[in-house]
Design a protein around this ligand. Structure first.
Ligand code: F3S
Ligand code: F3S
Length: 105
């Protein structure tokens, strides 16, 4: 199990979550951030600081955003497990499901 970031992060990218993560496993895409599921230690520190409530424990993701578990996992198919988001920086990519979302007002 892992924590995941869901649709409310898209086009917001507040990034408060990054400051809280003890293992630096929250990676930046163009339109949202993604949690590396193999690196996340399930500490829960990131979840309460997100101002738009985008972060959920995998079992608790609201039904309308259930596919974001897959979105977070699949984002790392190419990237793998870099072992730290700071050194990776902006990845300049997004999961295809996120690319196809309409721009947030
Ligand atoms: Fe996104 Fe919330 Fe983090 S908006 S960048 S998940 S603090
Ligand atoms: Fe990191 Fe803990 Fe969240 S390991 S991604 S702050 S649950």
């Amino acid at each position: 199990m892992t924590y995941i970031i869901a649709q409310p992060c898209v086009d917001i990218k507040d990034k408060s979550c990054i400051e809280e993560c003890p293992v630096d496993c929250i990676y930046e895409g163009n339109r949202m951030l993604y949690i590396q599921p193999d690196e996340c230690v399930d500490c829960g520190a990131c979840e309460p600081v997100c101002p738009v409530e985008a972060i959920y424990y995998e079992d608790d993701v609201p039904s309308q955003w259930k596919d974001f578990s897959k979105v977070n996992t699949e984002f790392f198919v190419e990237l793998g497990s870099p072992g730290g988001a700071a050194k990776v920086g902006l990845t300049n990519s997004d999961h295809p499901n996120v690319v196809s979302l309409p721009p947030k007002e």
